[in-house]
Design a protein around this ligand. Structure first.
Ligand code: DC
Length: 659
């Protein structure tokens, strides 16, 4: 079985750009298909569930063209799908099968909709009952009330009132609302039971309005669509970041110190799940909002407060709170979450089983769950059972939320982690980017930090980043492109798009092996010039952050501890006298049979030191929280030992190592 071992973690901090919202992506795709005119959708989520929708639309004849990984051009068909007979595979995508069933049933044709076996256990009867009131002909080809479905052409007439239940899934109402304008008739929907997950209906109404159809809402009980409305493309549309996915990172910030910032959702968001941030705030977390970002930090007091909350409005993000409960100071109760039972898996049962593996006591109710770590385990802190192997039930949210348990300072194994592809294929890389431990080794040129850092990385089994090589590659790329090294506007785009590949100790630039070419004295001097340009430093930042992966990273450079990884678990400033460094470089060059002059080397080094230390951005300096390793009189082995001692000491303090 495929699994991912997440090491013991303690801290979380950094910034994550969220992938597009699943709920908005799939609604926009369908509305664009139902509209008259052409729509360009940007920042669309690229995941299993959106692929299901895109494939289905293509199969029924909608013109869909990719303009890149996250942008699509959709030629609307005005509600009349060109292909009238098709077999459609819906995977386990509720946001695809429900609205497509309604749209296809009202547009007329022979369609068969099926999915994975779990999809055939997820109810759709309330929606079918609603559509049958309009005369739609829909048969169950498996079990009554569940997919697979057979849709047939029918005469559609809108009755005075369509009645539908709202207490199983709000997607049934979403599906009816989105498809009714196809009839061009006036329509009234009345809820026969209390509507759950209301914020998702807000998303639906908001997006319908952007496509030109307005719905009058009377409380949450009655929805009226006036006659003669039809969808018109608004042209170019942007998908917000996924607010449910934001919950894992915000919780990580609240549990692991923070600050963690998510970009792509904020004050202006139309997704109800942004209210997860309010729930975290009730637990004591410090939350800050921007128009398009949210940031979370741990409570001033450290530990989160126990809670008892009605989470009906944020059912998906609520799963993250069940894990946050492990970090709270008492028994936590999550209420009014019956919809968990009919999601990707029975989430109440799955959550209870897996939380118990972490040592939690769990009380499972019909529509609630209570979670706590027994008090005996609460002292000392970090009492989550180590090395639990968490099953994920083909449910992306189980995999994502349980990754947070590792922040209790315990290793956790996630079984079948690739199920995150449903909504967030790169989830674990993003999670590692804010949590994987980093050891930052900064220092001047030729101090030996590269060799030391690489050996420390090998000893720990960590990844290694030689950030200097990125500046060297940038200088080489600029020289090759004929761009002057002080031309900030010309060099920065080269840095942002370096076609560099690091492979088994070799470095390729645009396919050329440049391992030795970037080590010449000309490039050494050039790299220190491009490194002084603020736009170049900014352009290389994301690339450096992407090196932060499990189980950890050793990064060497000038500003690893101060700018790039300010929350590094250990920060080391490795140096030696200029004379000693010049002698080392001299010996290296002679050993390689290259010409060398000790005086010229010393002068060169001193000039580079001065430039690196005096530049306005990220100057070379020993940060306050970095520990000095002075290697003038140390050999490589001794320098490695000195760094390892610091690292082990820091890890003892920062991470409880449970073996
Ligand atoms: O470590 P190195 O000698 O390979 O670095 C090459 C140049 O890049 C050096 O002059 C300083 C600059 N640099 C930097 O400004 N920031 C870093 N993090 C790494 C290197």
């Amino acid at each position: 079985m495929n699994h991912l071992n997440i090491p013991a973690l303690k801290n979380a901090s950094g910034t994550i750009r969220l992938p597009g919202s699943k709920s908005i992506s799939n609604r926009m795709l369908l509305l664009a298909a139902l509209a008259r005119g052409e729509t360009e959708i940007r920042d669309l989520l690229d995941s299993d569930d959106t692929r299901v929708m895109l494939d289905a639309l293509r199969k029924v004849g909608v013109g869909v063209t990719a303009l890149g990984r996250n942008a699509f051009h959709v030629v609307g068909c005005g509600g009349n799908f060109p292909i009238k007979d098709a077999d459609l595979f819906m995977g386990n995508a509720g946001t695809a099968i429900r609205p497509l069933t309604a749209a296809l049933a009202l547009s007329g044709g022979d369609y068969r909709l099926s999915g994975v076996s779990r999809m055939h256990e997820r109810p759709i009867g309330d929606l079918v009952d609603g559509l049958r009131q309009l005369g739609a002909v829909i048969d169950y080809t498996g079990n009554e009330g569940f997919p697979p479905l057979q849709l047939r052409p029918a005469t559609i007439t809108v009755p005075p009132v369509i009645r539908v239940r709202g207490d199983v899934s709000s997607q049934f109402l979403t599906a009816l609302l989105m498809s009714l304008p196809l009839t061009k008739k006036a329509a009234v929907i009345e809820m026969t039971t209390e509507l759950i997950s209301k914020p998702y209906i807000e998303i639906t109404l908001n997006l319908m309005a952007r496509f030109g159809v307005s719905v009058e809402r009377t409380d949450w009980a009655r929805f009226t669509i006036a006659a003669g409305q039809s969808y018109r493309s608004p042209g170019v549309m942007y998908v917000e970041g996924d607010a449910s996915s934001a919950s894992y990172f915000l919780a990580a910030g609240a549990i692991g110190g923070g600050p963690v910032r998510v970009e792509g959702v904020g004050r202006a968001s139309i997704q109800g799940d942004v209210r997860f941030a309010d729930a975290l705030e009730k637990l004591g977390a410090r939350i800050t909002w921007g128009d398009n970002w949210i940031e979370a930090q741990a409570p001033v007091a450290g530990k989160l407060r126990a809670f008892d909350l009605d989470l009906n409005l944020i059912p998906d993000a609520a799963m993250t709170l069940a894990i946050a409960a492990l970090f709270a100071d008492g028994r936590c109760v999550l209420r009014n979450i019956a919809s968990w039972r009919v999601k990707e898996t029975d989430r109440i049962a799955a959550m209870a089983t897996e939380l118990r593996k972490l040592g939690a006591t769990v009380e499972e109710g019909a529509d609630s769950i209570a979670v706590y770590l027994p008090s005996a385990r609460c002292v000392p802190s970090g009492t989550i059972q180590p090395n639990a192997a968490i099953d994920t039930y083909d449910d992306h949210r189980m995999a994502m939320c349980f990754s947070l348990a590792a922040l209790g300072g315990v290793p956790v194994t996630i079984n079948d982690p690739t199920c995150v592809a449903k909504t967030f294929p790169d989830y674990f890389d993003a999670f590692a980017e804010i949590t994987a431990p980093v050891i930052a080794i900064d220092g001047p040129s030729a101090s030996g930090k590269g060799t030391v850092a690489e050996r420390v990385a090998t000893a720990l089994g960590y990844h290694y980043l030689d950030s200097g090589s990125l500046y060297r590659l940038t200088a080489l790329a600029a020289i090759r492109a004929g761009v002057a090294l002080d031309d900030e506007a010309g060099v920065a785009p080269l840095a942002a798009t370096l076609p560099a590949v690091f492979e088994g100790g070799r470095i390729l630039l645009g396919g050329d092996d440049v391992t030795d070419a970037i080590r010449t004295e000309q490039i050494s001097a050039g790299s220190s010039k491009v490194a002084a340009l603020p736009a170049v430093r900014a352009a290389l930042l994301d690339r450096q952050h992407a090196y932060r992966r499990f189980p950890g990273l050793v990064a060497d450079g000038r500003d690893m501890g101060s700018v790039v990884f300010p929350a590094a678990v250990a920060k080391i400033f490795l140096t030696a006298s200029a004379q000693a460094r010049a002698e080392r470089r001299y010996k290296q060059l002679i050993a390689k049979g290259m010409p060398a002059n000790i005086h010229a080397l010393l002068q060169d080094l001193q000039e580079r030191d001065a430039r690196d230390a005096q530049r306005s951005v990220a100057p070379l300096q020993q940060c306050e929280d970095a520990q000095l390793v002075e290697t003038t009189h140390l050999g490589i082995e001794e320098a490695v030992a000195a760094v390892m001692e610091i690292v082990n000491e820091r890890r003892r303090v920062d991470i409880r190592i449970d073996v």
